[in-house]
Design a protein around this ligand. Structure first.
Ligand SMILES: Cc1cc2nc3c(=O)[nH]c(=O)nc-3n(C[C@H](O)[C@H](O)[C@H](O)COP(=O)(O)OP(=O)(O)OC[C@H]3O[C@@H](n4cnc5c(N)ncnc54)[C@H](O)[C@@H]3O)c2cc1C
Length: 154
């Protein structure tokens, strides 16, 4: 369990770092690039996306930090590790998608970090326990019922 939970925390925290890098790139690009006579940051829809990204990054950091503290004191359970990994990678997926949307075509090309982060997050969402399986591990811990294996076969 130790190796698996360590990797799960690592996956979660790595995504927080990746998104902080993305954020810094985005800030520069969105301030410089102008459409309809205004920087991309001036548009209300873009501001909402930016704030959703920022909120996700802050919340991912807070949850990752809390998990590390629990782990350091030997109190973290495998259900908590799975909950953290599942939730952080779900938010990371949304954050990368929003970043890609905000940059338009530049969100796809390799000149910026966002397209790469978008692809990376899809991998982390699936490995070291897919999102679905991690939610089932966390739910098993709080309900005492495992739904990982179907109860009957069709
Ligand atoms: C980039 C990358 C690197 C990897 N590196 C490694 C590595 O170094 N070592 C290694 O061993 N593996 C590695 N993997 C494999 C990875 O761990 C698996 O892909 C992952 O565990 C999912 O297993 P699977 O691909 O067999 O999907 P499957 O088990 O076939 O699952 C397919 C889908 O069904 C869902 N599912 C499966 N079972 C259930 C269930 N009981 N209830 C609900 N939903 C379910 C899954 O969530 C998923 O959405 C890597 C994968 C990737 C993408």
């Amino acid at each position: 369990m130790e190796a698996s939970t360590n990797t799960q925390i690592g996956c979660g925290m790595r995504h927080r770092e990746v998104h902080t890098v993305d954020w810094n790139t985005m800030e520069v690009v969105l301030l410089e690039r102008k459409q309809f006579g205004a920087p991309l940051t001036a548009f209300q829809l873009n501001q909402e996306k930016l704030i959703r990204m920022l909120g996700n990054i802050q919340a991912m950091s807070a949850l990752g930090w809390r998990l590390c503290k629990l782990h350091d004191t030997g109190k973290m359970t495998s259900g908590q590790a799975s909950l953290g990994k599942a939730w952080i990678t779900k938010q990371a997926r949304e954050t990368a998608a929003l970043g890609k949307e905000l940059l338009g075509g530049n969100g796809i090309v390799t000149d910026f970090h966002v397209g790469k982060a978008f692809c990376d997050v899809e991998s982390v969402y699936s490995y070291e326990g897919s999102y679905d399986v991690d939610t089932l591990i966390a739910a098993r811990e709080i309900t005492g019922i495992s739904s990982i294996r179907p109860s009957s076969r069709l």
